[in-house]
Design a protein around this ligand. Structure first.
Ligand SMILES: [Zn+2]
Length: 333
């Protein structure tokens, strides 16, 4: 029930290591080990229905990568890639020609020109070499549908590659995660050939691997969170100004009333003194600033939520201590 030969999985793992510029022998061997592992687990079938596993192992790989556990990250990535690659084998393991198909995949060449491969397949109606024996009397609409599917998959990979090249500039973490998982679980078109299977399996594996190894921090997140923090620092300063002005005004009124005589004024003075005491106590504990700090933390968490699906997120604290106390009471005499 093996879908792709171990030697093919290993070959792809090696090419990916090369393409990503991984030089650590240990990491390459972990990627290779992961790439073969599911066939030892024998949780067959592998060529379909493994979307949940693919997503799980990719997310796990990225999390391990973010936290510096690269060995384990590449093992997990390898496991995900195994299922991804098996899903790109056109014919099931139960097919009588499956063994030969696997060998053809293993012998096929890797090329950069996916569109060219699809064009060739179209010219031959997907009926060159081995494929001829697997698919007999292929209806035209199957050929047309497969071409459309292949071309749209190529378009996805091109868009994805462009986004990755700019380090996913302009996209948040949940977007990058969803796109990566989407690419990883694309459906195989109706028709295929060993060379298409190998090349699409490799291309998709490379896309997924490069996304898992992309920068640990997001520039967009940093910009967004810094901007949010700046806005809230302004809010703190403004709140301090307003509150200090209010206290000064109350204080002035208290002093004014203290100078006045009479019973009514005595009552007024008491009320005013109480009010002042009440507001001053809140001011001293910096309640007016803590409220703003809480609001900042809430909003910053919301932003971080979007990014932490794929990135490390650090929320810079909003430091109340940096805000100078503007209210300096004048005493009556
Ligand atoms: Zn397998």
């Amino acid at each position: 029930m093996i879908a792709m030969l171990m030697s093919t999985h290993l070959k792809i793992a090696e090419l990916i290591s090369e393409e990503l510029g991984i030089s650590s022998k240990k990491i390459i061997s972990r990627l290779k080990k992961g790439s073969c592992e599911p066939d030892r687990w024998k949780d067959f079938p592998h060529h379909y229905g493994k979307e949940r596993e693919i997503r799980k192992h990719i997310v796990e790989a990225r999390n391990l990568f973010l936290h510096g556990a690269e060995d384990d990250a590449f093992f997990q990535l390898g496991v995900a890639l195994h299922y991804v690659q098996d899903a790109w084998v056109t014919i099931p393991g139960s097919h009588p020609l499956h063994g030969a198909w696997e060998d053809y995949i293993d012998d096929a060449a890797i090329t950069d020109d996916l569109a060219g491969l699809v064009r060739d397949a179209m010219l031959n109606h997907f009926a060159d070499g081995l494929t001829r024996y697997v698919f007999s009397d292929i209806p035209d609409e199957y050929v047309k549908a497969s071409e459309r599917q292949y071309l749209s998959i190529i378009k996805y990979t091109e868009q994805f590659e462009e986004m990755r090249r700019s380090d996913f500039d302009g996209y948040d973490g949940s977007f990058v995660r969803d796109k990566t998982l989407f690419i990883a679980t694309l459906r195989h078109p109706i028709l295929g050939s060993p060379i298409l299977d190998l090349n699409f399996a490799y291309k998709i594996s490379l896309m997924v691997s490069s996304a898992v190894c992309t920068s640990k921090e997001s520039r967009d997140f940093k910009t967004e969170i810094e901007e949010k923090r700046r806005i809230y620092m302004d809010k703190l300063e403004r709140a301090e100004e307003l509150y200090a002005a209010k206290l000064s005004e109350m204080n002035m009124r208290k002093i004014e009333l203290e100078r006045k005589k009479g019973f009514i004024n005595k009552l007024r003075k008491m009320a005013c003194a109480y009010n002042f005491w009440f507001y001053k106590r809140a001011y001293d504990s910096r309640k007016h600033l803590k409220k703003i700090q809480k609001a900042y933390e809430r909003e910053a968490e919301e932003i971080a939520d979007l990014y932490e699906q794929w990135y490390l997120t650090y929320i810079p604290p909003l430091n109340i201590e940096k805000i100078e106390r503007l209210f300096k009471p004048k005493n009556a005499h």
